[in-house]
Design a binder for this molecule. Structure first.
Ligand code: GLN
Length: 380
């Protein structure tokens, strides 16, 4: 058949996780935690199921969860979105991204995406009939080359996608980046889609600069979040978006026919859990410890870490170890040294030759130590 996504194959996350399993390798590739979740959260979900909350939730989200999200935004970004008109629960942040792109991007529109880019953006843009305009982030700090952004804007530019904290690099946007986005949004009438799935996974006490923290971005911003990342439940697929009421009306039309609504007991469980105290402040420090453990394990070797300020990923340069490309190396490491990673070049439209691999440290300490030891064994 004539494919709508001719260039799309199996995602690298699936490929590497499967290879890790087949090879019996320590899996530091796909980003998901391997440690237990909060018992309290699990119990709240069970309670919801037992209380009979097992049928369709209202299309935009289970009302107590919409309210809890609105309070969470108040707590983190200092203003209160209207739960009825500015918040929507989706099947993971992934659905929010699809929904925002399908809603706003029309045939022939251009969408600026920074690379390395998460793998779902481009296919969503293509399905909407748009074209991705990829801009490589500066290497090795993965900052945004703003002059190039300005030069890439045309009359067809409809949207800019940003991701902070950034997967795979762990870079974070600064206040000055938000100022640039705000300037461009107003000057050219461009929507800004903010993939903020890792908002709470941020290190050294740094601040997460959300699109939601800039009031004047409100008419242009769609901010997307993930409970999967925040509460270590990536398999629950519960995320949400916050956007301006006028945009939300259109987003809801699309969401209504994408999924209609998402799991009721999960939403109810999360809502109850959110109202039972502060579950956020420990997340950054907890993951920072894991990052530091991984860094300690590879210290003094020729694996050279780049800076990671957030997410659960660490990008490491192997330039001093071998000249082979990152894809081949990732496969070889999995097969021969029994540790799986993600080659960063697959996050680029035009493959780069940066010699870097991404390792996920959202793992039990023993897993991190085991994986890092395998890395160091041969390549010390
Ligand atoms: N977000 C996860 C990662 O970057 C992968 C999600 C997926 O497998 N689609 O590793």
């Amino acid at each position: 058949i004539s494919s709508k996504l001719p260039d799309v194959g199996t995602s690298i996350f699936t490929v590497m996780s499967k290879l890790a399993l087949d090879e019996g390798a320590v899996n530091l590739s796909q980003g998901f935690p391997d440690f237990p979740i909060s018992e309290e959260l699990a119990e709240e979900v069970m309670k919801a199921m037992k209380a009979g909350l097992n049928q369709y939730a209202p299309m935009p989200g289970y009302p107590p969860l919409l309210k809890a999200i609105s309070e969470k935004v108040q707590h983190t970004f200092g203003w209160t979105p209207d739960p009825a008109t500015e918040v929507m629960v989706t099947a993971g942040a992934t659905e929010s991204i699809v929904c925002a792109i399908l809603t706003l991007v029309k045939e022939g529109d251009e969408v600026i995406v920074f690379e390395p880019a998460y793998d779902s953006y481009q296919p969503c843009i293509a399905l909407a009939g748009g074209t991705m305009v990829p801009i490589p982030l500066n290497f090795p700090d993965y900052s945004i080359p703003w002059d190039q952004v300005e030069d890439s804007i045309t009359s067809r530019t409809r949207m800019i996608v940003v991701n902070t904290p950034h997967n795979p690099s762990g870079a974070i946007l600064a206040e000055s980046d938000l100022e640039q986005l705000e300037r461009l949004a107003h000057k050219h009438g461009i929507y800004i889609l903010g993939d903020e799935a890792y908002e709470h996974i941020i290190f050294e006490g740094k601040k997460h600069h959300s699109l939601l923290s800039r009031p004047s971005l409100k008419p242009w911003a769609i901010a997307v979040f993930s409970f999967g990342k925040t509460f270590h439940v990536t398999g629950w697929k519960i995320g949400y978006m916050v956007t301006h009421p006028e945009l939300m009306v259109e987003m809801k039309k699309v969401h209504q026919f994408l999924t209609f609504s998402v799991s009721t007991p999960m939403q109810a469980g999360i809502a109850a859990y959110l109202s039972s105290g502060d579950h956020y402040s420990g997340i950054g420090p907890m993951f920072q410890k894991k990052r530091d453990l991984f860094l300690d394990c590879i210290k003094g070797t020729d694996w050279k870490p780049l800076a990671s300020h957030g997410t659960y990923f660490q990008v490491v340069s192997y330039d001093e170890i071998t000249k082979e490309n990152d894809y081949d190396l990732a496969i070889r490491l999995t097969k021969e040294m029994k540790v799986a990673s993600i080659p960063v070049s697959v996050f680029y439209h035009n493959r780069t030759d940066h010699k870097v691999l991404r390792f996920c440290f959202a793992k039990q300490d023993e897993t991190i130590i085991q994986g890092a030891e395998k890395l160091c064994r041969i390549l010390k």
